[in-house]
Design a protein around this ligand. Structure first.
Ligand code: NAI
Ligand SMILES: CC/C=C\C[C@H](O)C(=O)/C=C/C=C/C=C\C=C\[C@@H](O)C/C=C\CCC(=O)O
Length: 263
């Protein structure tokens, strides 16, 4: 899990993650008898309180927090190696780290898209069956903004479209290469998290378009965090899902077929 601590995954971590433990463990032969989770994030403050809660519930031996900035190659590489050394393998990666600020658009691309690519390539060093790995599954947190444009956030939209495109291409490359690694993406609508707070201040040069965004929020509503985590586990545990984009709306979730230019 990268960028897991606050927001979408924190609130539902306990209820949903461990509820799917048996299904997740059944996917690989070398997983042992319990789900172990490395939480990688650059926010130490949030991490400490969550780790205390989870450690009380599940024991220290199943949890690991590693400070990690997805913009820093060496930190991601070291975090994955520490995870391997601690738990003996990595079978599931969730690339969840993301930011929204149209004023710092180059950083947004660096975190939301380049960070996903970097973590994917680095985890394949451990997951890829051609490199001695056991295979696995990668779930990238994109957004509905990875499917259709958020007019007030053109670069955020670009970063999330990039995540969807990278996911679909990486999935096909992995399948054709025999890596044994599935790659899917999660496309939630609006979720009440830290990132969703104070939206006008995050729109930068497009803050004059904030009213249109508010209308979109009213139209699409707010997705519950547990719906996002349930969708995540569907992409992890359903072995038929590879190169999938799972859209999560307030009332339903559905898959977005890839557009083919050859049919
Ligand atoms: N909140 C929403 O309405 C939606 C959010 N998303 C996506 O969900 C993902 C999670 O976002 P939220 O939970 O909403 O936001 P959040 O701001 O509550 O959580 C984001 C997490 O990513 C971490 N992070 C940020 N930059 C990082 C970096 N360089 N290295 C490592 N960790 C970093 C933060 O410390 C934080 O723990 C993001 O990719 C976001 O784009 C997608 C659709 C809707
Ligand atoms: C202003 C940005 C606020 C929050 C950012 C948050 O991280 C996020 O990503 C929220 C995205 C919400 C998007 C909601 C609706 C998007 C609608 C259009 O882009 C169309 C999207 C999908 C169409 C699906 C279909 O069935 O065709």
């Amino acid at each position: 899990m990268i960028g897991a601590f606050v927001g979408i995954f924190e609130a539902q971590f306990s209820q949903c993650f461990w509820a799917h433990e048996e299904a997740a463990l059944g996917l690989w032969t070398d997983c042992g008898s319990s789900l172990q989770v490395a939480l990688l994030d650059m926010n130490k403050t949030e991490a400490e309180s969550l780790m205390q809660t989870l450690t009380k519930q599940y024991g220290q031996e199943r949890l690991l927090f590693l400070h990690c900035d997805v913009e820093q190659e060496e930190q991601v590489k070291a975090a994955f190696q520490k995870t391997m050394d601690t738990f003996g393998g990595i079978h599931i990666l969730c690339n969840n780290a993301g930011i929204l600020n149209e004023s710092t658009w180059e950083k947004m691309i660096s975190v939301n898209l380049v960070g996903v690519i970097r973590a994917t390539y680095l985890v394949l060093e451990h997951m890829n069956k051609l490199k001695g790995g056991q295979g696995g599954v990668i779930v990238n947190t994109a957004s509905l903004a990875g499917i259709g444009p958020l007019v007030s956030c053109p670069v955020y939209t670009a970063s999330k479209h990039g995540v969807v495109g990278f996911t679909r291409a990486m999935s096909a490359a992995s399948a054709l290469s025999g890596y044994g690694v599935r790659v899917n993406c999660l496309c939630p609508g609006f979720v009440q998290t830290g990132l969703f707070s104070n939206i006008p201040a995050r729109l930068g040069p497009f803050s004059h378009l904030k009213d249109g965004t508010q209308l979109l929020v009213e139209k699409f509503g707010i997705v519950n965090m547990s719906q996002v985590v349930e969708a995540f586990f569907e992409l992890v545990t359903d072995e038929t899902k590879d190169g999938a984009a799972l859209l999560v709306f307030q009332q339903e979730r559905k898959y977005m077929p890839a557009v083919s230019v050859t049919d």
